[in-house]
Design a protein around this ligand. Structure first.
Ligand SMILES: Nc1ncnc2c1ncn2[C@@H]1O[C@H](COP(=O)(O)OP(=O)(O)O[C@H]2O[C@H](CO)[C@@H](O)[C@H](O)[C@H]2O)[C@@H](O)[C@H]1O
Length: 482
């Protein structure tokens, strides 16, 4: 029996992306289709989403959605159904999904995503011109309040719901004074409801209200029971223990396949790895790096404390001193951007830094660099190491969250068994990262060993097949529909 699932997300490729959430929300409908799940995605009507909607059909109108006129439009995202919340006063703004062009968060994000979630609850329960869904799958704090609206303010409080946490660091917290403007009954104001540390906790409300909670790797699912990773919500994770599942993200082979990738200078497979050299030359040229066969590291990342980019900045002189080069693409923290640019100025031809966001260039970096550095302090799943594995760009990662679950460290036993796929290190600090880089450089100097590691990574299966099945099983176990 086909299950109808509404996926509620604040971003999804190919329409709007600021990070990994978009990759996952964009890939899920195709990953679930083979398992008899018909997934519809609901997105906010940002300008980029509106532009992509061709011949949009209007399905519903809200004269005042938390005070603002709004419409529900229907379109398609790839082959799959898409619904868009068109609410110009909240979403038709220049800038990113969450902030103005300078990167400052919108002050009314709580209202924008509460309205989005209010609409999602109406859509899910059949109150917005679409038949009710069997289950709602909400992603991150921006969609989390959907589950609280369903529970406290709808005719279908028993609708089955899944709350996925892509990053516990973003919880969506607002002052208690906003509560009366959310359109929730007083009964929602409790620690078992939306109240969190004296204010309104969006992610927390979703976690309290969900039939099941998932996060994006088994290790992170265990880690968020600890204060260090749970960031204040570890108590709920522990209390709801049996309903918390870790389901690893996959990668979308339609987007990430080195054998068929228009962003590469040369496509290749694991039996034509030598062709990667053309991509390396293209990177060197684009970044003004000296050409060479020595190890070329890459980083594709938000530049934040989570991603360990401060530690990376400190270790760059050593990396260059050991004969390495770096090609980095990212944006974020101003101090980290400045530190990286200073390192590039100190080491012309050895360190190339591109501040910004560039999807195509991120593919070329994976297709031509020798190794990708991912020194995250915490990482719910991480996608860039998975893209690295698929592209023969050997991941050098901190042993945390999904990084721990997806990379096999090239220790002597794994090398002897021929199963290593990368380098892992413990603790994100200067010495640990430095010795991981040294290990990678030493392995790279043994070409046969290195090739083997690359090929192992390319053979590893991180497609959505297994994860899609797990989500489908979870949905069926909740709905009781076979
Ligand atoms: N400057 C740039 N230019 C081009 N592309 C760039 C870029 N900076 C980053 N990217 C891309 O953005 C995505 C980042 O995804 P990640 O999963 O690595 O981290 P993120 O913290 O965003 O996601 C959160 O959600 C995801 C999804 O569940 C989890 O995997 C992760 O652990 C969690 O922190 C990748 O597709 C990467 O290539």
């Amino acid at each position: 029996m086909t299950l109808r699932v509404l996926s509620v997300a604040s971003e999804a490729v190919p329409l709007v992306k600021t990070g990994g959430l978009a990759d996952v929300a964009g890939a899920l409908p195709a990953a679930l289709a083979p398992h008899g799940v018909d997934m519809t995605t609901l997105l906010p009507g940002y300008p980029a989403v509106g532009k992509a909607l061709r011949r949009a059909r209007k399905l519903h109108e809200w004269p005042a959605l938390l005070g603002h006129p709004a419409r529900l439009l229907a379109g398609r995202i790839g082959e799959h159904p898409l619904l868009v919340l068109d609410c110009p006063r909240l979403f038709a703004r220049e800038g990113g999904p969450y902030g103005d062009p300078s990167g400052t968060d919108w002050a009314d994000n709580w209202l924008r995503f509460a309205a989005f979630s209010r609409a999602a609850a109406d859509v899910a329960s059949g109150a917005a011109g679409v038949p009710a869904f069997d289950l709602v799958h909400a992603h991150d704090w921006q969609a989390a309040m959907t589950l609280a609206y369903l529970r406290f303010a709808s005719d279908t409080p028993d609708l089955h719901t899944v709350m996925t946490i892509h990053n516990m660091a973003f919880q969506g917290w607002a002052e208690a004074s906003v509560f009366p403007r959310l359109g929730l009954p007083r009964s929602a104001w409790s620690v078992e409801g939306v109240e969190s540390y004296g204010g309104v906790g969006f992610l927390k409300a979703g976690m309290e209200s969900a039939s099941a909670i998932t996060t994006v790797s088994p290790t992170y699912a265990a880690e968020i029971r600890q204060p260090e990773f749970g960031m204040g919500l570890e108590g709920i994770v522990a209390a709801r223990g049996g309903r918390v599942h870790g389901i690893l993200n996959g990668i979308d082979p339609a987007v990430w396949n080195p054998g068929d990738d228009a962003a590469l200078a040369a496509t290749y497979t694991r039996s034509t790895l030598a062709r990667r050299t053309r991509n390396k030359r293209a990177i060197e040229q684009a970044m003004g790096l000296e050409p060479g066969e020595g190890p070329l590291f890459t980083v594709v990342s938000r530049l934040t404390w989570q991603k360990g980019m401060d530690v990376l900045v400190d270790v760059l002189d050593h990396l260059v001193g050991m004969g390495g080069r770096l090609a980095l693409l990212g944006s974020g923290d101003a101090g980290m951007e400045a530190g990286l640019q200073a390192a590039a100025a100190r080491h012309p031809g050895r360190i190339g830094v591109r501040i910004g966001y560039d999807e195509d260039f991120s593919h070329l970096l994976q297709g031509g660099a020798d190794a990708i550095l991912v020194p995250s302090r915490f990482e719910p799943c991480g996608l860039t190491q998975l893209y690295g594995l698929a592209y023969g760009c050997v991941p050098v990662v901190a042993r945390t969250g999904g990084l721990a679950d997806t990379v096999i460290d090239a220790n002597p036993a794994a090398l002897a068994a021929g199963v290593a796929t990368g380098v892992q290190f413990d603790g994100v600090n200067y010495h640990a990262l430095r010795s991981a880089i040294d290990r990678a450089i030493a392995l790279h100097a043994r070409p046969e060993e290195w090739r083997r590691i690359q090929r192992n990574g390319m053979k590893a299966d991180f497609s959505w097949a297994a994860s899609g099945r797990r989500y489908a099983e979870l949905y069926r176990s909740l709905t009781g529909k076979a």
